[in-house]
Design a protein around this ligand. Structure first.
Ligand SMILES: [Zn+2]
Length: 165
């Protein structure tokens, strides 16, 4: 199978699942030529605003592989990932993204993801969404306490190292 075949699988998945109430955003994750995760947007079915195709597929792949990083994997999405999904892809260290439709093509659905891209790139206090720090000392102490736990746990150290590399 080549990149066209994997993308075709993502598109076919979306087309098939659309009849079941899923939104037509399909995604397939591939490692060494094997599909190790796939999913379709279940936002409406699951009442999950984060249930985008890429997120569903990443969750599927990570559960199957019992990992939180997907190095060595490629992601095929029937549509260019939005900022939410791009963040998840970045966190999981996926090697390469292949996309079908452009994000601008979602305008035909009345969905405009471009403000999200601009908004999340700003520092928190510069965003349109109001934000305010509350109990910052306690929040920071919580992290410091967790850091002490991590220092005693090599498995957790490995997970945290993978997340920040
Ligand atoms: Zn998305």
């Amino acid at each position: 199978m080549d990149k066209n075949d994997y993308m075709q699988r993502a598109i076919d998945l979306a087309r098939t699942k659309m009849a079941e109430g899923y939104y037509p955003f399909g995604c397939v994750i591939v490692r060494d030529g094997e599909v190790i995760g796939e999913g379709c947007a279940n936002v409406g079915l699951e009442h999950d605003p984060t249930g985008h195709g890429e997120i569903v597929a990443i969750r599927d792949a990570c559960k199957r592989l019992k990992t939180v990083t997907l190095k060595g994997c490629d992601l095929y999405s029937s549509c260019e990932p939005c900022s939410l999904c791009a963040s998840a892809i970045w966190l999981t260290k996926i090697d390469k993204v292949y996309y079908g439709a452009r994000i601008e093509d979602t305008l035909v659905l009345g969905a405009d993801f471009s403000p999200l891209r601009t908004e999340v790139g700003k520092p928190i206090n510069d965003r349109d969404m109001p934000a305010e720090q509350v109990l910052g000392d306690q929040g920071r102490t919580l992290l410091e306490d967790w850091a002490k736990v991590i220092q005693q746990d090599q498995a957790l150290q490995a997970v945290m190292q993978n997340m920040i590399e």
